[in-house]
Design a protein around this ligand. Sequence first.
Ligand code: CTP
Ligand code: CA
Length: 226
Amino acid sequence: INDLLTKKPLTGKKVLISAGPTKEKIDPIRYFTNHSSGKMGFALAEEAQRLGADVTLVTGKVSLSTPVNVKRVDVTTAEEMYQQMIKHFQDKDIVIKAAAVADYRPITTYDKKMKKQPGNLVIEFERTKDILKELGDIKTTQYLVGFAAETNDVINYGQKKLQDKNLDAIVINDIQAEGAGFAGDTNVVTFITSGGIQKNIELTTKNNISKQLLMLISSDLKDDTK
Ligand code: CTP
Ligand code: CA
């Protein structure tokens, strides 16, 4: 009876979250990556689990411990993240892509250390797959949420990503705003749904933001007749 009284909003929901940076190898010593700490994705996983969800977390290399009762899958590259997200996508109710995926990887990788040479170094890069867009193309009943890291014209760029990637909602980060960004424990975001709901979440901890985002997602799910 206690269970009924305290029924959590995400009970019975299967949630897939991606977090952290991807790392693209250049040679055995060097790689190409970004500043993502994984904190936002890990906070989402922790809060989703607390709200009753069955959570799978696909993460790039981060130095964070796994939240309790969360299934963790570790990956390194964008290609590996793509493979694991596709593998775990089908039976999920909610999929949130908080990872900072490298848009490019070196075309050639070396098995031996590159020795320095006179003059400049030019490394040629090729595009990685846009994982979120691929998920948007194949989704059926999944509620798909993306993140957008922007520095200017943030709402417009975010709204464009929401449409282009066939998302149900997007969480827009102005990474230059006070208290926002990759490394810290706080963030400030705007949440926009494909149905036109727009909510600003003021500067607070990433755990607090996560809880609010998950409550917004949960109520948007219920309104859905898709
Ligand atoms: N994303 C992804 N795969 C990529 C690049 C991005 O899945 N190869 C996802 C991110 O996880 C995020 C969303 O797409 O949820 C937006 O990422 P962002 O870097 O802000 O946008 P891009 O579409 O990569 O466009 P740009 O970097 O040019 O702004
Ligand atoms: Ca990008």
